[in-house]
Design a protein around this ligand. Structure first.
Ligand code: NAD
Length: 285
């Protein structure tokens, strides 16, 4: 069994990214800029936003957090987004999810200009992924692909079983694996006999938020297991996989924490760099 070390991989990739950022500062007089819009004070969101800010600082990407009260109206939030869309110094921005209940998530996400939508959650970017066109891909599934690629794990012809079908993780994950020539099965909360499918998997990617959903009896000998889940149990963070028992059967497995989480942040800042490069390229046309 080998660990897929997300934290270590993310740091290595950040080192390379920082070199490119420094080149960009030299060439264009400024660094790429990411803005994170945070509504309310959800502790998990605050901690994710801080990690994103720290990753920007490490790579010299310019970052800013716009904090809004959880009572902010949808119209006022839309206005903030429109201003960011117009701001020529902002290359990419994200609206941290979840949003308070009085705000319609898809209205907000679709207001983000596609060329600045570094979370890849607008309909246009989702559609591009669906049609195998290049666009921004949501950070978590992109981070998983970067991790698999870093460990040179072949996907062509392999059977990948994705557990979970959210717009943020499971569905784009399945499409990325399919676009990389894996044979993909998507499972979800209504799947009957989940084990029947996971036992056939060369690669399992699980993103459900259900602690210990994947147990050792559900995993084929030598399979690769990627655990996206982040669950707080007491004062510990665990994934969706019964790690201690499952790890013995796998060829590769991600730890939680230190697996997919840091890769998600890495993918986001790589998307920000891409948004910056696209803008510089387009300004020449
Ligand atoms: P979600 O609640 O939007 O979706 C959960 C999915 O799991 C649904 O598609 C549902 O059908 C499926 N599911 C639920 N119970 C199931 C069961 N018993 N069997 C099979 N499928 C089941 O959640 P999400 O936003 O996709 O996040 C999933 C998990 O990943 C959460 O723990 C979240 O905290 C974590 N997450 C981690 C990162 C990261 O960077 N590591 C990023 C995003 C989400």
């Amino acid at each position: 069994m080998q660990l897929l070390e997300g934290r270590k991989t993310a740091r290595e990739l950040e080192g390379k990214l920082q070199e490119r950022v420094l080149e960009m500062i030299e060439k264009h007089g400024r660094a790429p800029k990411l803005v994170v819009v945070l509504v309310g004070d959800n502790p998990a969101s605050l901690s994710y936003v801080k990690s994103k800010e720290k990753a920007c600082q490490r790579t010299k990407i310019d970052s800013k957090i716009i904090k809004l009260p959880k009572t902010v109206s949808q119209d006022d939030l839309l206005k903030v987004i429109r201003d960011l869309n117009k701001d020529s110094k902002v290359d990419g921005f994200i609206v941290q999810l979840p949003l308070p209940e009085h705000i319609d998530e898809s209205t907000i996400l679709n207001e983000v200009a596609p060329e600045k939508d570094v979370d890849g959650l607008s309909l246009l970017n989702a559609g591009k992924l669906m049609n195998r066109q290049s666009g921004f891909v949501p950070a978590t599934p992109k981070g998983v692909m970067m991790l698999l690629n870093h460990y040179s794990i072949p996907l062509r012809g392999k059977h990948a079983v994705v557990v979970g079908r959210s717009n943020i993780v499971g569905s784009p994950m399945a499409k990325l694996l399919l676009n990389n020539d894996a044979t993909v099965t998507v499972t979800h909360r209504y799947t009957e006999n989940l084990k029947h499918y996971t036992l056939q998997a060369d690669l399992i990617v699980v993103a459900t938020g259900v602690v210990n959903l994947i147990t050792a009896d559900m995993v084929k000998e030598g399979a690769i297991v990627v655990d996206v889940g982040i669950n707080r149990v007491g004062d510990k963070i665990v994934g969706d996989v019964d790690f201690e028992n499952v790890k013995e059967k796998t060829s590769y497995i991600t730890p939680v924490p230190g697996g997919v989480g840091p890769m998600t942040i890495s993918a986001l800042i790589h998307n920000t760099m891409d948004a910056f490069l696209n803008k510089m390229e387009n300004s020449k046309k």
